[in-house]
Write a protein that binds this ligand. Structure first.
Ligand SMILES: Nc1ncnc2c1ncn2[C@@H]1O[C@H](COP(=O)(O)OP(=O)(O)OP(=O)(O)O)[C@@H](O)[C@H]1O
Ligand SMILES: [Mg+2]
Length: 375
């Protein structure tokens, strides 16, 4: 449907698009995404000749766009510009009907189409059709901008961040609508966004750009599972990680190698060990590393006697959790029972680790930290 061949765009000597080679197939919804200034709008505007390439060629249905009269070209291509761009001196209906009118649709057909479209975005035609753009909220104006591009049912629609100013709910419903229209009416749509959630939701193909070049063009699934390089990983970071977060089991959040002792150890030695390791509790195990209980610094200082072992000071009621249990369960148990720690054990009651609030927070922080990698 649309093909870029060695397309370059430079202003003075500064290249903003470098050697773009890319094909958009009929009926596809292609999302251009990338950091601000990477060339998304420029790429879009070269399709309908608002911007002319410095070199290279763009074909629509195998026809070189420079051979098509720009006015005729734009009637066949719906376009939602980044700044909405409604004509302030025209009513909403007149704005929506611009292209249908140019195409010579009769007035009643145009009006019916306008009313149909307004209802599509939950705007009552009675109330809105004859208002002027300034009498609408920013989000409502943006919806009209989208409708205007769809009014004449063009086969190709270009949308430059069309939902930027919308609340999440309207945004979702318009995303669904665009997706539905694309499927139902077999439209080809080139859609620019900053929002990876939006891209992943609606795209057949995501084209990730950086500094005027395509870094990767792939389906959402492929982009997530086979990112081409670190830039891609960084750009899709949080989405990739939501698939990969591995703090599912207690084992993922526990502190391994907790300090253990046997009950034959002396109280003075226990205190020295606690000091050295910077802990206030020692786990007591038998010869097979199986958990017997715990001894705290409080218990030793209250009831311990020099020269004696810790046997008799051991609390046998420590709360345990299996290492393969859900980490959320560990969190709930810790919080609800106001515990300082849980002892992680395996099937044979051997000590594997310790879950504390600190260890949970650390595991979570690691995820959050990586999560914020592209902010
Ligand atoms: N008329 C111009 N003269 C010189 N440089 C320009 C001109 N128009 C755009 N540029 C530059 O071209 C680059 C690409 O701009 P473009 O508008 O395509 O970016 P974008 O990816 O759409 O960014 P955004 O996400 O902020 O909308 C930018 O660095 C911009 O400064
Ligand atoms: Mg832009």
């Amino acid at each position: 449907m649309v093909r870029f061949e060695n397309v370059k765009k430079a202003y003075k000597d500064v290249a903003v698009i470098e050697d773009l080679n890319f094909e958009i197939k009929e009926g596809q919804l292609v999302v251009l995404i990338g950091p601000s200034g990477c060339g998304k709008t420029t790429t879009l505007k070269m399709i309908n000749r608002i911007i002319e390439p410095t070199s290279g060629a763009i074909y629509i249905d195998e026809e070189d766009v420079t051979k098509i009269n720009p006015v005729m070209l734009r009637r066949k291509i719906g376009y939602v510009i980044q700044q909405i761009g409604l004509f302030p001196n025209m009513t909403i209906a007149q704005n929506v009907e611009i292209v249908p009118k140019l195409l010579g649709w009769p007035a009643d057909k145009r009006r019916a189409r306008t009313e149909e479209l307004l209802r599509l975005v939950d705007m009552d035609p009675e109330q809105y059709a004859d208002r002027y753009p300034t009498e609408l909220s920013g989000g409502q104006q943006q919806r009209i901008g989208v409708l205007r591009a769809l009014a004449a049912e063009p086969p190709l629609v270009l949308m430059d961040e069309p939902f930027g100013a919308l609340d999440p709910i309207t945004r979702e419903s318009l995303q669904d609508e665009v997706k539905r229209l694309q499927k139902k009416l077999k439209k080809t749509i080139v859609f620019v966004t900053h929002d990876m959630d939006e891209a992943l939701k609606i795209a057949d193909v995501i084209v990730l750009m950086k500094d005027g070049e395509i870094v990767q063009a792939a389906s959402p699934e492929e982009l997530l599972s086979k990112p081409a390089n670190d830039f891609v990983i960084q750009f899709i970071g949080k989405h990739r990680l939501t698939n990969e977060i591995e703090i599912e089991t207690v084992e993922d959040v526990m502190r391994a190698n907790p300090v253990t002792v046997t009950k034959s150890i002396g109280t003075a030695e226990s205190v020295a060990l606690m000091k050295r390791k910077g802990v206030n509790t020692l786990l007591v195990v038998d010869e097979e590393e199986k958990l017997e209980g715990a001894v705290t610094i409080e218990a030793i200082s209250k009831y311990g006697k020099g020269g004696r072992t810790i046997d008799g000071l051991i609390d046998n009621n420590v709360v345990t959790i299996p290492s393969n249990a859900d980490s959320r369960e560990a969190f709930d148990t810790l919080i609800q029972n106001k515990l300082d720690y849980l002892v992680v054990i395996d099937e044979e009651r051997k000590v594997k680790g310790l879950v504390t609030k600190t260890s949970m927070v650390k595991a979570l922080a690691e995820v959050v930290w990586k999560d914020n990698g592209n902010e």
